[in-house]
Design a protein around this ligand. Structure first.
Ligand code: GDP
Length: 176
């Protein structure tokens, strides 16, 4: 019996960013199981978890609720995590400042110092979505400390699945 390498990845972002949809998409892509239908998914209020096996690794994803009053519960998960996924709703221009503040807060958490950070510009299937380079510019403004770490911003549609496999492959390579 071979022992799988086990990794923990936390998914964070504001409420409505698409975290739940992303996790269901990841499970469907890598486990071949039928995820929840988009209309069955409500805002994340607790903790959604998913396990996927990729090659010899098991990735455990934790989708942490994004609502402001729940953000304090993120803290206890940080210390165990090997990578961070930060999901942004690329269509929500009104919350860009909130996104920046949240990302800034998250990446400065001591417990996750040095872990790879994957930022996902989600909802790219929608015509009014900010383009990848626009999202990258926004992140660059705050993320001086991101330069020093292993990070990447990718465009995805969690709903349609575009870019999700590539995103998880990037993550998987970083974990090995
Ligand atoms: P969460 O609060 O971050 O877990 O966000 P949800 O996964 O519940 O998604 C919030 C809303 O955005 C839902 O109506 C989803 O169907 C929708 N959504 C999530 N990802 C996408 C996407 O890639 N494209 C589009 N068009 N809608 C999305």
């Amino acid at each position: 019996l071979t022992q799988r390498e086990e990794y923990f990845v936390i998914i964070v972002g504001l409420d409505n960013a698409g975290k739940t949809t992303l996790l269901e998409r990841i499970k469907a892509l890598f486990n071949g199981v039928q995820g929840l239908r988009p209309d069955q998914i409500g805002p994340t209020v607790g903790l959604n978890v998913g396990k996927v096996d990729i090659g010899g690794s098991r990735l455990n994803f934790w989708d942490l609720g994004g609502q402001r009053d729940l953000q304090s519960i993120w803290e206890k998960y940080y210390s165990d995590c090997h990578a961070l996924v930060f999901v942004v709703d690329s269509t929500d221009r009104s919350r860009i400042e909130e996104v920046k503040t949240t990302l800034d807060h998250v990446i400065h958490n001591e417990s996750i110092e040095g872990v790879p950070v994957l930022m996902l510009a989600n909802k790219q299937d929608l015509p009014d979505a900010l383009k990848l380079h626009e999202i990258q510019q926004i992140f660059n403004q705050i993320a001086v400390s991101l330069e020093a770490r292993d990070s990447k911003t990718l465009a995805v549609s969690a709903l349609k699945g575009d870019g999700v496999r590539e995103a998880i492959d990037w993550l998987h390579l970083r974990l090995q």
